[in-house]
Design a protein around this ligand. Sequence first.
Ligand SMILES: Nc1ncnc2c1ncn2[C@@H]1O[C@H](COP(=O)(O)OS(=O)(=O)O)[C@@H](OP(=O)(O)O)[C@H]1O
Ligand SMILES: [Mg+2]
Ligand SMILES: [Mg+2]
Ligand SMILES: [Mg+2]
Length: 331
Amino acid sequence: MSSFQSELNTGLDAVRQAAAVCRSVQASISADSLEKKDKSPVTVADFASQALICRTLQQTFPDDPVIGEEGAEELRADSGATFLDRIVQECGAVGVASNGSEVCDWIDRGGLQEYRPRFWTLDPIDGTKGFLRKDQYAISLALIVDGQIQVGILGCPNMPVDESNPDGQRGLLAWAVKGQGSFLQALDAPDSEPKKIQVTETADSADARFCESVESGHSSHDWSGQIAAKLGITREPFRIDSQCKYLAVAKGDADIYLRLPTRKGYQEKIWDHAGGILVVEEAGGTVTDIHGKPPEFSHGPTLAKNEGMVVTNGRFHDAVTSAVAVSAPVR
Ligand SMILES: Nc1ncnc2c1ncn2[C@@H]1O[C@H](COP(=O)(O)OS(=O)(=O)O)[C@@H](OP(=O)(O)O)[C@H]1O
Ligand SMILES: [Mg+2]
Ligand SMILES: [Mg+2]
Ligand SMILES: [Mg+2]
């Protein structure tokens, strides 16, 4: 078997199962709960997704630690009992019988806090705000060995399978193994032939389409507007939640993804990037922070030595980081 095949296959199975839970919970969000700004659906889905993925990783790779976004502390408290019951139910609905204490233990398998030579990183739902809006979100899983991302997986349950038919079938699964390219498959067609994906060939930054966060609190829209003007970009930004932005660049729906700090000192979380970065790089793209530095995955849960992120199809990366450097930070 070629390198990391077992890790890839285990990761894909885990992400598919987590996607099923996320879809089931998202479908239960009512207009009423949106109105009340009730965050419980995302809480239930977030924990269930992390529990199921950590469970699967533990079965196949019992010695691998995981740096995951969530922890079970609040679920173990008496006030967490109602949530825990719902999470157990949701796991049962996808065929995983469990009890509350098992679920908490699976979630806390994701509690590694420091660097190890080999570990997984997991965002069980990236784009929680998009999830609540019934919009885009992603499940992101990556394996990091000696500081290098070796496997990256993005489950995007609401991404249209056919970009030209946004109201048609939804759900994409993308993955990459270092040195082996990036691939895409419909989430609901695990036996279909995976399609190799490639970034765009756009050569002039003025023709580029860039994507950024929906939430201006996560990436400065004013600053990206200045950068776009410097690069001569006239197309409207593509605002989409979560690491679906990485997928948009990797499969050629956009040429650039800008993540521009809204305040000094914010440290990006590794799980918000690792899966997406490898999928873009293996599709031919380039990823650095806003200063042109490669992201460093050897400092625990955050990208402590980096700031923001710049993702491109690789044709004009330096022009973009230069435009970032000469524009005044709006944060
Ligand atoms: N201040 C600040 N700056 C940068 N990033 C932040 C900030 N605050 C939060 N976060 C992280 O943003 C993650 C959501 O990513 P996006 O902004 O791309 O999606 S969205 O537009 O909010 O839906 C989100 O991930 P999830 O919590 O998994 O949704 C956060 O980890
Ligand atoms: Mg996230
Ligand atoms: Mg998350
Ligand atoms: Mg979060």
